[in-house]
Design a protein around this ligand. Structure first.
Ligand code: CP
Length: 322
C-alpha cells in the first residue's frame, strides 16, 4: 500500500480524533523532552520565512533540535523561492534534501502548491488565512488549564477577519468547542470559513457564533482570546484600525462578562493598551506565556505525527497507515 504524504496547511487538515492524537503526543513530548528522535541522523528541516517572526522561528528550531534534527532557517528573500524559481520546482528540489518543509508566507495557494509537489510534509507556519500551529499550542494550553476541550466556550474579540480568527474558529470547532467570534461589521470571517466551521461543528458537537456584539461573545466564556489589531502588512491602516476595534478590547470590563475562571490567550506579540490591557495580559487569568512555550511542544508533535502518518518515521503513540 502506498502511503499518502500528510501536510498541515489549515486547521481542518486534522479531524477531531487526529487533533486529539496530536495534542496527546504534544503532552507526552512535553513530559519527555528529549525522548523522541524522528529526525535522528540528523535529518534537516527547511524553515522559510517571508514575514518576520520570533516565536515561530525559535520554537521550530528548538523543537527540531529536540527531535534529533537540524534546522535550516531561510529568509525567503535571500533564496530563489517564489520569485526566481517556481514553488513547484522548489518543492521537488527541497524534498530531495530535507525531511520536512515549514513555510511562513502570504498566500495560502503557495503552501498548497508546495504541498502538491512535495514528497515530504509541508507545514503552514502562518499564512494570510491561517495560523494552525499557533492553534495547536493554544488548544494544548487550554487543555492543560481546563482539563478538556469539547463543550468549552471560546470567545475571540477584535480583528475577526484575520488568520487567527479563522484558525480559532476552525480549530476550536474541530475540538468540539463553542466558538464565538466578535468584531466590527466588515471585519468578520469570510462566508466560506464560517460555512466550513459550521460543517465541522456539526460533526464534533461544537458550535459557531459570529457577531458584532462583543458582549454576546463574552457571556460566560471559558476562554477569551484576541490578537493584534494591525497584522503584518496592514501598518498603513493603523490609525483607522485602532479606532475601529476599540469596542473589542480585552480589558477588565470585558473579562467581567466572561466566566470568573476564564483563561486569556494571546498569540503574541501583544500591544498593551490596544487589543488587550496590561492588567489582563499580566494578570492571573492570562496563560499567554504557557501558550508561547507550548509552540515548541505542539510543533514537535505535529512534525512527528505527520512523519509517522506519512510512513516516514516511527513515533511512539502514533498509529501508521502503511
Ligand atoms: N505568535 C507568533 O506566530 O509569533 P511570531 O510572529 O513571533 O512567530
Amino acid at each position: 500500500m502506498t502511503t499518502t504524504v500528510r501536510h498541515f496547511l489549515t486547521d481542518l487538515d486534522l479531524t477531531q480524533a487526529e487533533q486529539a492524537e496530536v495534542l496527546d503526543l504534544a503532552e507526552a513530548m512535553k513530559k519527555d523532552k528529549y525522548g523522541y528522535k524522528p529526525y535522528a541522523g540528523p535529518q534537516t528541516v527547511a524553515v522559510f520565512f517571508d514575514k518576520t517572526s520570533t516565536r515561530t522561528r525559535v520554537s521550530f528550531a528548538a523543537g527540531i533540535a529536540e527531535l534529533g534534527g537540524a534546522t535550516l532557517i531561510i529568509n525567503s528573500a535571500e533564496s530563489q523561492l517564489g520569485h526566481k524559481e517556481s514553488i513547484s520546482d522548489s518543492a521537488k528540489v527541497l524534498a530531495r534534501m530535507v525531511s520536512t518543509i515549514v513555510w511562513r508566507t502570504y498566500a495560502q495557494s503557495g503552501l498548497e502548491e508546495m504541498a502538491e509537489n512535495s514528497s515530504v510534509p509541508v507545514i503552514n507556519a502562518l499564512s494570510d488565512d491561517y495560523h494552525p500551529c499557533q492553534l495547536l499550542a493554544d488548544l494544548l494550553t487550554v487543555r492543560e488549564h481546563k482539563g478538556s476541550l469539547a463543550g468549552l466556550s471560546m470567545a475571540y474579540l477584535g480583528d475577526a477577519a484575520n488568520n487567527m480568527a479563522n484558525s480559532y474558529l476552525l480549530a476550536g470547532v474541530t475540538a468540539g468547542m463553542h466558538v464565538r467570534i466578535a468584531g466590527p461589521e466588515g471585519y468578520l470571517p469570510a462566508a466560506d470559513i464560517i460555512a466550513a466551521a459550521e460543517a465541522r461543528a456539526a460533526e464534533t458537537g461544537g458550535s459557531v457564533l459570529v457577531t458584532t456584539d462583543a458582549a454576546a461573545a463574552l457571556a460566560g466564556a471559558d476562554v477569551v482570546a484576541t490578537d493584534t489589531w494591525v497584522s503584518m502588512g496592514q501598518e498603513d491602516e493603523k490609525a483607522e484600525r485602532l479606532e475601529l476595534f476599540r469596542a473589542y478590547a480585552v480589558d477588565a470590563p470585558a473579562m467581567a462578562q466572561a466566566d470568573k475562571d476564564a483563561v486569556v490567550l494571546h498569540c503574541l506579540p501583544a500591544y498593551r493598551g490596544y487589543e488587550i490591557s496590561a492588567d489582563v495580559i499580566d494578570g492571573p487569568q492570562s496563560v499567554v506565556f504557557d501558550e508561547a512555550e507550548n509552540r515548541v511542544h505542539a510543533q514537535k508533535a505535529i512534525m512527528g505525527w505527520l512523519l509517522a502518518k506519512s510512513g516516514l518515521a516511527d513515533v511512539a503513540g502514533v498509529s501508521q497507515e502503511r
